[in-house]
Design a protein around this ligand. Structure first.
Ligand code: HEC
Length: 165
């Protein structure tokens, strides 16, 4: 038993040497969502507190990112999050993709699926009150419409209809 415990301690110590890369990728500030759409201060602060750690190149790494394996999980979420949606490079997306990402964003916020639940356990300040959700959802919808109108995109994405027979 003692040997098993010792082995666990050794593993925990050794994995601490495998720290994650915390360098934020560089990006063109003029392509950043906040810069382009210049949302009201409240929306900007919600985005920064609740989404930007995983969906931008402006991640603020928390203390537990230094503790493995927690840091590894976080890093995975950040890599995946940035790949799906990166607000820092938002301006480089085509209009159609921008509108689509905003649509997905408000759907996920409405559902309570974003920010990720595991993240909220520690980042209590990132969880959204109902009124913050409404503020964010309304704002995303407004910008989505604005993008679609100015780019002559159809107002609503064709939905996949289920066959009725
Ligand atoms: C802890 C990291 C984290 C935070 C914080 C976070 N996300 Fe995510 N997000 C992810 C990950 C990981 C994925 C991809 C896997 C998945 O869908 O669960 C994702 C997926 C998404 C997608 C889906 C993109 C696609 O094309 O399918 C959208 C949209 C999104 N997030 C929006 C948001 C918004 C808006 C916020 C803030 C309210 C937010 N996320 C906060 C990690 C995060």
């Amino acid at each position: 038993m003692k040997k098993v415990l010792l082995a666990i301690v050794v593993v925990l110590v050794v994995i601490q040497f495998f720290q994650i890369d915390k360098t934020n990728p560089t990006f063109d500030e003029n392509q950043d969502f906040l810069k382009i759409y210049n949302p009201p201060a409240e929306v900007a602060s919600i985005l920064k507190a609740s989404c930007y750690d995983c969906h931008s190149n402006q991640t603020v790494y928390p203390w537990y990112s230094y503790v493995q394996p927690a840091g590894w999980f976080l890093k995975d979420h950040i890599d995946e999050g940035r790949e799906e949606l990166n607000f820092s490079t938002f301006g480089s997306y085509e209009a159609k993709k921008q509108a689509h990402k905003l649509e997905e964003s408000y759907e996920l916020v409405e559902k309570g699926a974003m920010p990720l639940e595991s993240y909220l356990i520690i980042h209590k300040d990132a969880s959204l009150t109902d009124s913050q959700k409404t503020t964010l959802v309304d704002y995303f919808k407004k910008v989505e419409t604005q993008i679609k109108t100015s780019n002559n995109l159809p107002a609503d994405e064709p939905k996949h209809q289920e066959k009725e027979d």
